[in-house]
Design a protein around this ligand. Structure first.
Ligand code: 3PG
Ligand code: MG
Length: 380
C-alpha cells in the first residue's frame, strides 16, 4: 500500500477521506478523538505545500440533507485545532480554503450505494487522494472505495498506523492473548468471535450480549437483553471454545435494575439468578475481579465494547473496572470501538493504553479476517 511519502503533493489539491463521524449531543461534540486523530495527515500535507479538501460522513442521514447531521460543528472544531478558517461547503460547490471541509457525504444516497457518478463528482476536488478514514474502511461507499480508483492515491498516517496495529494483533501475537468483548448485540460480534476462537487464549464476554451466552448455558436472564435467534450459534461457540481449549469467561455476577435511570434501584445478583422483572445492566464486582485476573498476565489484549450501560452512573463500574484492568495489563493493549474508546478518554486513561483505535466496525471486520473495501481500493 502506498503512503504519503509516495505522493507528489506540493502545490496540488489533496482530497482526504477522513472519518469525522464524532458523537454529538445538542450540536456539541462530546468526544473529538476522531478529529484529533485526523490532524497529523492534514498537517503533514499542508507542510508539504498542498491544499486539502476533507470529506466525511456523520451519522446516518439516509441520503438526504438533514441539519441534525451537518458537519458544521466539526468544521468549527477543525478550525480551532488548526488555527485557520475551515469553510464547510456542500458537495458540488467549489472548495474555497487552504483547508476546506465538504458537507456530510451521506446527504446523497449515492455515497452509501458506492455510485460511480458520485465518486467522479467527488474526485474533481483533488489532484490526488488520501484514504485516512480508518473507521469507515469497511464500507464500500463511493468516497471510500470509489474515489481512490479514480485518482493517484495513498493511505494517510492514521490508516497506516491502525493497520499496522491490527496486523500485530493477528500475526503471531504475544501470548497469552486475551480479547474482551462487550456491547449489546451478539449478532454484531458472531463472525469476529468465531474467527477469534482460532487465535485467542482467553475470551472475556460482558455487555448486553453476555445474557444470550448465559441463556445458552441454561440460565434464566429475567428481562435482560436476549437475542433468542442467536442461541444455537452461541451454543456452538461455547462448544468450539471448549474443543480448542480457549478459556471463555462470562460474568459470575451482574448488576440488575428494573429500569435504566440514574436513580434506579439496583442489586448485585449471581449471573444464574437474575430475578424476573429485572434486567442485567452491568457486570458485577466479582466478575470485574475475575476479568482483571485473566488480564493481569496477558501479553496482548484487544478490547471492544462496554461491559454495561456505562453512560448511566449506576451501570458504569464494570466498564471502568475493565478499563483499569486492561490498562494495567503488562503487554500490548488495544481498544477499539467508539464507545469503549470514548469511555477510556472520559476516564482520563488514554495515556495508559498502547493504542486507541478510531474504528469499531472496521477493526472487528479486520479481525474477522475480511478484506476491507477501503483497503482493497487503496491497494489497487
Ligand atoms: C463508525 O462510527 O462506525 C464509522 O464512522 C462508520 O459509520 P457507520 O457505521 O454509520 O457506517
Ligand atoms: Mg459503525
Amino acid at each position: 500500500m502506498r503512503t504519503l511519502d509516495d505522493l507528489d503533493v506540493s502545490g496540488r489539491r489533496v482530497l482526504i477521506r477522513c472519518d469525522l463521524n464524532v458523537p454529538l449531543e445538542d450540536g456539541r461534540i462530546t468526544d473529538d478523538g476522531r478529529i484529533r486523530a485526523s490532524l497529523p495527515t492534514v498537517n503533514a500535507l499542508l507542510d508539504r505545500g498542498a491544499s486539502v479538501v476533507l470529506m466525511s460522513h456523520l451519522g446516518r442521514p439516509k441520503g438526504t440533507p438533514d441539519p441534525r447531521y451537518s458537519l458544521a460543528p466539526v468544521a468549527a472544531r477543525l478550525a480551532e485545532l488548526l488555527g485557520e478558517d475551515v469553510p464547510l461547503v456542500p458537495v458540488g460547490e467549489p472548495a474555497t480554503g487552504r483547508v476546506t471541509l465538504l458537507e456530510n457525504l451521506r446527504y446523497d444516497p449515492r455515497e452509501e450505494s458506492g455510485d460511480e457518478t458520485y465518486a467522479a463528482e467527488l474526485a474533481k476536488y483533488g489532484d490526488v487522494y488520501v484514504g485516512d478514514g480508518f473507521g469507515a474502511l469497511h464500507r464500500a461507499h463511493a468516497s471510500v472505495a470509489g474515489v481512490p480508483r479514480l485518482l493517484d492515491s495513498a493511505a494517510g498516517l492514521l490508516v497506516a498506523k491502525e493497520l499496522d496495529v491490527l496486523k500485530r494483533l493477528t500475526t503471531e501475537p504475544e501470548r497469552p492473548y486475551a480479547v474482551v468483548l462487550g456491547g449489546s448485540k451478539v449478532s454484531d460480534k458472531l463472525a469476529v468471535i468465531t474467527n477469534l476462537l482460532g487465535v485467542v487464549d482467553r475470551l472475556l464476554v460482558g455487555g448486553g450480549m453476555c445474557f444470550t451466552f448465559l441463556k445458552a448455558q441454561g440460565h434464566g436472564v429475567g428481562d435482560s437483553l436476549l437475542e433468542a435467534d442467536q442461541l444455537d450459534a452461541v451454543r456452538q461457540m461455547l462448544a468450539t471454545a471448549q474443543e480448542r481449549g480457549v478459556q471463555l469467561l462470562l460474568p459470575s455476577d451482574v448488576v440488575v435494575a428494573r429500569e435504566i435511570s440514574d436513580d434506579a434501584e439496583t442489586r448485585v445478583v449471581p449471573a444464574d439468578a437474575i430475578p424476573d422483572g429485572w434486567k442485567g445492566l452491568d457486570i458485577g464486582p466479582d466478575s470485574v475481579a475475575a476479568f482483571a485476573a485473566a488480564l493481569s498476565n496477558a501479553e496482548t489484549v484487544f478490547w471492544n465494547g462496554p461491559m454495561g450501560v456505562f453512560e448511566v452512573a449506576p451501570f458504569a463500574n464494570g466498564t471502568k473496572g475493565v478499563a483499569e484492568a486492561v490498562a494495567s495489563s503488562p503487554g500490548m493493549t488495544v481498544v477499539g470501538g467508539g464507545d469503549s474508546a470514548a469511555a477510556v478518554r472520559q476516564l482520563g486513561m488514554a495515556e495508559r493504553f498502547g493504542h486507541i483505535s478510531t474504528g469499531g466496525g472496521a477493526s472487528l471486520e479486520y479481525l474477522e479476517g475480511k478484506t476491507l473495501p477501503g483497503v482493497a481500493a487503496l491497494e489497487s
